[in-house]
Design a protein around this ligand. Structure first.
Ligand code: GRF
Length: 201
């Protein structure tokens, strides 16, 4: 059984999708710990409601990013985590975590990467005038939102969309493809070959 750790900063709807997938049996894994860098993140509450250990680590208590991430690592090890999921985690991951979890860290991004990396991706796409938006699950590496892509899903932009209605429809798809991608990882069906991720069917 794979032990998963989820890093969050906010409302945690993607965390909820992962929790639901574990509870329904779709994902044969265990969420061993949820870690937030924000004390009042609703994601922490979601975890606790499901009996999952939820930890707030205040970055302000650490003199450097390295020390902060070493504390995260200590907790991950304590919980036997083998895979990290970033789910609305707002900090840029540093070398310490990247090295320790190389090819074992996934992220969900609300745009069709490599278009619109960074913050407010749905609004970036909407303002740009794209006709097709979407979301991406990818491996995390030292680049910002540019690691090898595991799954993507398209969402058509409607004439009457606002950035918010578009973001809401993208979010629905995020909640589908994140559990799908995690399942592929847990079932050991992903092979990273350079920039590409081959999926073993
Ligand atoms: C999602 O849109 C995700 O793609 C992005 O941050 C948002 C987090 O939302 N990385 P939630 O906390 O999972 O509800």
């Amino acid at each position: 059984m794979s032990n998963i750790a989820v890093l969050v900063s906010g409302r945690g709807s993607n965390l909820q999708a992962i929790i639901d997938s574990v509870e329904s049996g779709y994902l044969q894994a265990r969420i061993s710990v949820v870690i937030s860098d924000v004390g009042d993140a609703y994601a922490l509450e979601r975890a606790r409601k499901h009996g999952i250990e939820a930890v707030f680590i205040d970055p302000k208590n650490f003199a450097s990013k390295e020390l902060y991430e070493e504390e995260i690592l200590r907790i991950l090890r304590e919980h036997g985590a083998l895979l990290i999921l970033l789910a609305g985690y707002m900090k840029i991951v540093g070398k310490t975590l990247l090295l320790a979890f190389k090819n074992r860290m996934l992220n969900i991004h609300p745009a069709l990467l490599p278009a619109f990396p960074g913050l407010h991706a749905q609004k970036q796409a909407f303002d740009y005038g794209v006709k097709v938006a979407g979301c991406t699950v990818h491996f995390v590496d030292e680049s910002l939102d540019c690691g090898p892509i595991i799954l993507q899903r398209c969402v058509e932009v409607r004439e009457d969309d606002t950035a918010d209605t578009l973001a809401a429809r993208i979010l629905e798809q995020e909640h589908k493809i994140y559990p799908e991608a995690v399942r592929l990882f847990v079932e050991n069906r992903l092979r990273i070959e350079g920039r590409k991720v081959r999926i073993i069917r």
